[in-house]
Design a protein around this ligand. Sequence first.
Ligand SMILES: *[C@@H]1O[C@H](CO)[C@@H](O)[C@H](O)[C@H]1NC(C)=O
Length: 486
Amino acid sequence: MGPMSPVRTLRLWGPRSLGVALGIFMTIGFGLQLWGGPFQRRLPGLQLRQPWAPSLGPDVQSCIPRQHLVFLKTHKSGSSSVLNLLHRYGDRHGLRFALPARYQFGYPRLFQASRVKGYNPHGGGTQPSFHILCHHMRFNLKEVLQVMPPDSFFFSIVRDPAALARSAFSYYKSTSSAFRKAPSLAAFLANPRAFYRPGARGDHYARNLLWFDFGLPFPPEMRTKGGNPNLLKDSNSLHIHVLPSGAGSRAQVPDPNALFQPVPTVADGHSQPASPATLDLESSSFIQWGLAWLDSVFDLVMVAEYFDESLVLLADALCWGLDDVVGFMHNAQAGGGQGHSAASNSELTPDDQLLTARARAWNNLDWALYLHFNRSLWARIEQFGQRKLQRAVAELRARREALAKHCLVGGEALDPKYITDRKLRPFQFGSSKVLGYVLQSGLSPQDQEECERLATPELQYKDKLDAKQFPPIVTQTLKTSRLLSP
Ligand SMILES: *[C@@H]1O[C@H](CO)[C@@H](O)[C@H](O)[C@H]1NC(C)=O
């Protein structure tokens, strides 16, 4: 764990979240029930010791597990592992997911409520609201609030842009025209402008992908003459025009439209070519503006390099139990330099260090975004208590290891060639193999079910939830009639 950097201005928590953060970690009632819940009974020998709530004093306040969740699933940031725990939690508690018709919500276009399966804008009060929105999208607050309750917990995850670039390059090698033309990531970053054309197919994968996924607009000087086609194609694409006040929180902004105005068309944007000095100044206030807005919208932004610490904070903020956030890594690429740990710069070769520096400079908006949320995370860790957090992280890791040993052949992720079960074989994409899991044989039926949930890749799990929420009526009718006919 790295040393703490001095914590300065913190505008992490809106009043709502502060209440949760100050509230004691888990209630005796709900908390114990969840922890020692069905899972514990199902996996004898894997008993949890104690809930990690430290000495629960007499004035412990209870908290109610939060079940209205908006997770912005950013690309190549460890978000598939978060998706798995959301899928499991919602599945186990019978929650309703706001699902895309396929696997993404019209990405890379901005999210539209109409993309949600079963969404009916005129449904009035008859339509049951959704609990969880978590599949790939380009974030668009106004439309998200058409689908999700205003008291939803908004969270996401970010990753060091250098690590993200390595992952994105191998994954989107043939999807992004900029990457496709480049012989290697090093060659791309040595002279990105030789390969990168804004507006070209898949260009958003090649630069500032996090910024893009968060739905933030790009500074004028980073747009081409043609503008960002994805942004402009969208008839009601929006951009931020009011910097929210320090006290502003999403819940306190009655009309999200107040934050937006339509994007001016590029044709009438006569932006003057500015000197480099003004550009720096402009983009820095532009960046601050975007980050302040994200602070007012998102309750928590996890950091992939501190994944387990982030999971503990997530469980704390949601009033969930440990088992709810323990899971296996998903969608990891073979040779991906094991995902979530924060590799110290000194361990890198000079070439790697150069590549890291260039990736961060090229993805300057993402780098600013990452530093911001890394700072916020560590401030929150300090608030939570370093030692308490370390204990919880150790327990979470022990729990994960025990589950891996119990559930998985080899106790770890495997090359897809070993995964013959189609339910568990991860979708293969990009130039590296995507790792997955094989279950131990001879598990009890209950363990089998639980281990399968932990090991199910995101696409298959989405299909499973989809089938549960939208039962195939025709098939059922057929079955019933077959049963009834002599
Ligand atoms: C993230 O924050 C931690 C704690 O302050 C620090 O050790 C680490 O260097 C930061 N990461 C980056 C990339 O700045």
